[in-house]
Design a protein. Sequence first.
Length: 132
Amino acid sequence: LKSVSLEKLREAAKSRNLKSYWSMCKKLAHFNQKIESRFTVMNMKEAFEHDMGLSMRAVRDAINFATLFKRQEVPDVPLGYVAALMERSTSLKSANLFDDEKKFLKTCSETNELPSRDEYRKRLDRIKKGAS
């Protein structure tokens, strides 16, 4: 996993290269899955923090990103938009609206009609509230 580090993840996110960010997240998710299926790691948090310089939250977010999105679904938007969507993924998935929101973000990035991050968070909260 030399190709995945905190610095590389930050750089990919900062440069809005989410496809590269996704690829690193996918490697991390694959590695994590492989380890979990073969070993019982008692201190996984410490292992990731020590070996890769990643907090457990960063690892969880990276694995969620790689799990929730396919490479072709990754929008060309700042990571904050994707993070906002992932934070609400459980409730949106239970209402069968998560895939629609992924498509919305992808379309907005392609048509250059992305709402402000605050407007997007409010949109997600309205959708989530309506789905409850």
